[in-house]
Write a protein that binds this ligand. Structure first.
Ligand SMILES: [Zn+2]
Ligand SMILES: [Zn+2]
Length: 168
């Protein structure tokens, strides 16, 4: 499918299902194995402490070019269903129901396996400030005490910070 047409199709379907109004973005990606990704990311501004959430549907340029209109359309709907159902549902019943409702084929699970639900907690190094991990749950105290930054070394053991990105 032509990229310009694919872009227009994606935008119109995202508009129809309320994603554009909900602040979702459409982006092209360069992945060759993954056709579409539905992702929600929380980024915390270290200076202001404010958390911003970005919701994105990303489509592979290469795969959009290689596939037929019907396949591209189905991939877009597949990702829209993830956005509507909530990314944490993966390919479960809730997601399948959403697929049926919006006309996506729930059986077709082309290699889009990585759906990244929002990770709430961030493990950061107080010394180099790198984000070392994004997690869905708080790390256990006993693990946190033994963890250290692989860039800064064992001196940082027990000093890593677990921050809740949902907290203001
Ligand atoms: Zn999927
Ligand atoms: Zn470090």
């Amino acid at each position: 499918m032509d990229l310009k047409q694919a872009h227009e199709l994606a935008l119109s379907l995202m508009t129809e299902h309320g994603l554009i109004a909900g602040g979702w973005l459409l982006r092209w990606g360069n992945g060759r194995r993954q056709f579409g990704v539905c992702e929600i990311k929380h980024t915390r501004n270290r200076r202001t402490g404010k958390t911003t959430t970005t919701r994105t549907i990303r489509l592979s340029r290469h795969l959009a070019l290689l596939n037929t209109d019907a396949e591209v359309r189905d991939t877009i709907l597949h990702e829209i269903a993830h956005a509507l159902a909530g990314t944490k549902h993966g390919h479960d019943e809730v997601w399948k129901q959403t697929c049926r409702r919006i006309g996506a084929n729930p059986r077709r699970l082309m290699d889009d396996t990585v759906h990244t639900p929002a990770a709430r907690y961030q493990l950061t190094c107080p010394s180099c400030r790198k984000v070392l991990a994004n997690r869905h749950r708080v790390m256990r105290e006993s693990h946190l005490r033994r963890a250290y930054c692989r860039w800064c070394g064992p001196d940082t053991m027990g000093k890593l910070l677990m921050t809740d990105t949902m907290q203001p």
